[in-house]
Design a protein. Structure first.
Length: 170
């Protein structure tokens, strides 16, 4: 199962890069959201969870592969992509809606990644890793569920404020 282990470690490294990207995205979002206190609070909460996810994955990588934690090209590319997305989002008036949509999609990418890692860990009898992935998966699902439940009100509040701001300019 050496090849399966190589795949598992590659997926684990990719998940770590994904969590590092999420930290960058969430940090940038949390700094720019002021008028949506519930959204900001949930993003900050998930940012703390995500920082813990990245650390837990780094710890697993250190334990399972002797990975040094040095930034890989993939890690750096993920962070750069997250920064670029943040800069692009700052240029739109509907950043809060676009950010919520992007976050919702990103959460589902994370959910899929953790489901793959859970299956691989189970197959390789890496029960400690499987438990870590299951804990992280539950938090990713909770964030995706929160976003799903709040996309409607975030959109409606944005539209109401945007219309009000337009009327005030006239």
């Amino acid at each position: 199962m050496a090849h399966a282990r190589d795949n598992f470690l590659a997926w684990l490294r990719a998940a770590h890069a994904m969590e590092e990207q999420a930290v960058t995205m969430l940090t940038d979002q949390s700094r720019r959201i002021e008028s949506y206190p519930d959204l900001k609070a949930r993003i900050v909460q998930h940012l703390h969870e995500t920082e813990a996810h990245a650390q837990a994955l780094k710890d697993l990588l250190d334990h399972l592969s002797g990975w040094t934690g040095a930034a890989t090209l993939k890690d750096m590319a993920a962070k750069l992509a997250a920064k670029a997305q943040g800069v692009g989002g700052m240029l739109t008036s509907d950043e809060v809606v676009r950010g919520a949509m992007t976050s919702y999609a990103f959460e589902h990418l994370e959910i899929a990644s953790y489901r793959v890692l859970i299956a691989a860990a189970d197959e390789l009898e890496e029960m400690e890793a499987k438990a870590v992935f299951e804990r992280i998966l539950a938090e990713e699902i909770a964030m995706a569920d929160w976003l799903e439940a709040n996309l409607d009100p975030i959109t409606r509040i944005f539209l109401m404020r945007d219309e009000r701001d337009l009327m005030a300019k006239r």
